[in-house]
Write a protein that binds this ligand. Structure first.
Ligand code: UD1
Length: 373
C-alpha cells in the first residue's frame, strides 16, 4: 500500500489531481490518497467550485497560505507543508504543473528525503522571466519521478542531463478530466445564460503578469480586441489578478467602450468547458487552455511570444501569435475565415487514461528504496 500526499494549490492544479485521486480510490489495495491544499488560490470561484465540479474530495489538510509575493508565498507553503509531511509520513508526494506550490512542496520533500513525483514534467518555454519556467526547471531537477505529457518534454529532460530511468511518458492528465466531464458540461446553462447558445462567439482569458501587469502590452491586446469584437462577441471571464490590474492601469473606461467584449466573473470547470467547447475561437495566455482546445479541435490563438506546449502547435489547433496587435488580428481572421490550418491530430497518449499510467508508474517504483520512516 502506497500512501500518497497529492498537492493542489492553484486553479490549474485541480483538474490534474482530480482524476489521479479518483484512480487511486479505484485501487484501494494499492493506494491510500490524501489531498493537501496549500491555499494559494482561495476564492470560491478559483477553488471551491472546482472541487465540486471535478468531484475532488475535500482536502485532508488545508495550509491556508493565500496571496503574497513569490518569496513569501513559496516560503509560507514550505513552512506549513513540512510538518504535514513529517506527521503523515507518506511513501510519495505528488505535485502537478508549475505553480509556486509545486516547487515549494517538492523542495520540502527533497530535504526530508521523501519521494516526489512530478506530473506534467519537462515542459519548457525557455523564457526564464516566467515564474512558471523557474518552478518547472527546479522541480524537475529534484523530483524522483518525472511524468511527462508529451515526447518533447522527455527530450527536454534528457537534454538537461536527467537520467532516463527517472522519466516516464504517461500522457496528459488534464485530458482525463476533459473527457470525463464533457457529457456533464453539456448540461451547463452557461451559454444560455450568456445569450450565446446559438451564436458565434470567441472566448478570451488573460492572466500572465507579462500581459496584464504591463500597460503597453495590455494596450496592444486591447487594440486587437477592438477589431475582433466588431466581427463576433468576445466573452472574457476575468481572473482576479487581471480584474485588479485593469483598474490599476486605468483601462476600465476603454474596456467598457468595446462593444461586444463582455467581462464576466471566472467560471467553474464545467461552465468554462461548456463555454469554450462551443466557441469559434479562443484567445488565451493560459498553458492548459492551449491543450484543452487542441483536444477539442477548437482554434486557439496564444497571446504570448512562446509556449512550453509546442505539441499543440505542431499537431493541434494552437497558433502562437504574441502580443502584437496586427498579428493577433491576422490570426483571428485566418481562424474565422477558415484559412488557418485544418488537419490536426491528437497528441499521443492524450487519451483519457493518463491517471492509470501514473499509478502504474508509481507502483513500478515500489521495489525501489522506500522512504526511511
Ligand atoms: C497562479 C500561477 C500561474 C497560474 C495561475 C492560474 C504561480 C507563480 N502562478 O498565477 O502559473 O497560471 O495561478 O490562475 O504560481 N487572487 C485572488 N483570489 C485567488 C487567487 C488570487 O484574488 O483565489 C489574486 C490576488 O490578488 C493575487 C493575484 O490574484 O495577488 C495573483 O495570484 P497568484 O496566486 O499570486 O498568481 P496567479 O496570477 O493567480
Amino acid at each position: 500500500m502506497l500512501k500518497v500526499l497529492n498537492v493542489v494549490g492553484a486553479r490549474p492544479n485541480f483538474m490534474k489531481v482530480a482524476p489521479i485521486v479518483a484512480a487511486m480510490k479505484r485501487r484501494p489495495a494499492s493506494f491510500q490518497p490524501l489531498v493537501v491544499h496549500t491555499g494559494q488560490h482561495y476564492d470560491a470561484a478559483m477553488s471551491d467550485s472546482f472541487f465540486r465540479d471535478l468531484e475532488l474530495p475535500q482536502p485532508d489538510t488545508h495550509l491556508g497560505v493565500g496571496s503574497a509575493s513569490h518569496a513569501a508565498q513559496t516560503a509560507a507553503v514550505m513552512e506549513r507543508f513540512e510538518p504535514v509531511v513529517l506527521y503523515e509520513k507518506p511513501d510519495w508526494v505528488l505535485v502537478v504543473g508549475d505553480v509556486n506550490s509545486t516547487l515549494a512542496c517538492a523542495l520540502v520533500c527533497v530535504k526530508l528525503g521523501v519521494k516526489v513525483a512530478h506530473v506534467e514534467a519537462g515542459l519548457r518555454s525557455r523564457d526564464r522571466t516566467m515564474p512558471e519556467e523557474i518552478n518547472r526547471l527546479l522541480t524537475d531537477q529534484i523530483a524522483n519521478l518525472l511524468l511527462t505529457p508529451s515526447e518533447d518534454a522527455g527530450e527536454n529532460l534528457r537534454a538537461e542531463g536527467i537520467p532516463p530511468e527517472r522519466i516516464r511518458f504517461v500522457g496528459n492528465v488534464m485530458i482525463d478530466s476533459l473527457l470525463q466531464n464533457l457529457e456533464r458540461a453539456r448540461k451547463s446553462q452557461a451559454r444560455t445564460k450568456l445569450g450565446v447558445a446559438d451564436a458565434d462567439y470567441a472566448v478570451l482569458t488573460l492572466h500572465r503578469p507579462s500581459n496584464v501587469d504591463r500597460a503597453d502590452t495590455f494596450a496592444r491586446i486591447l487594440s486587437a480586441l477592438e477589431t475582433i469584437a466588431q466581427t463576433l462577441p468576445v466573452i472574457f471571464p476575468v481572473h482576479p489578478r487581471t480584474r485588479k490590474t485593469i483598474a490599476e492601469l486605468g483601462f476600465s473606461d476603454r474596456i467598457a467602450t468595446i462593444k461586444n467584449l463582455r467581462l464576466i466573473d471566472p467560471l467553474g470547470y464545467l461552465d468554462f468547458l461548456s463555454l469554450y467547447s462551443g466557441a469559434r475561437l479562443v484567445l488565451t495566455d493560459s498553458g492548459g487552455i492551449q491543450e484543452e482546445t487542441t483536444a477539442l479541435g477548437i482554434p486557439c490563438l496564444t497571446l504570448r511570444e512562446n509556449t512550453e506546449r509546442p505539441i499543440t502547435v505542431e499537431l493541434g489547433t494552437n497558433v502562437v501569435v504574441g502580443t502584437d496587435t496586427a498579428r493577433i488580428v491576422a490570426g483571428a481572421s485566418a481562424a474565422l475565415n477558415g484559412s488557418a490550418k485544418k488537419t490536426t491530430r491528437q497528441p499521443p497518449l492524450w487519451d483519457g487514461r493518463t491517471s492509470e499510467r501514473i499509478l502504474d508508474a508509481l507502483e513500478d517504483q515500489k521495489t525501489e528504496a522506500r522512504a526511511s520512516w
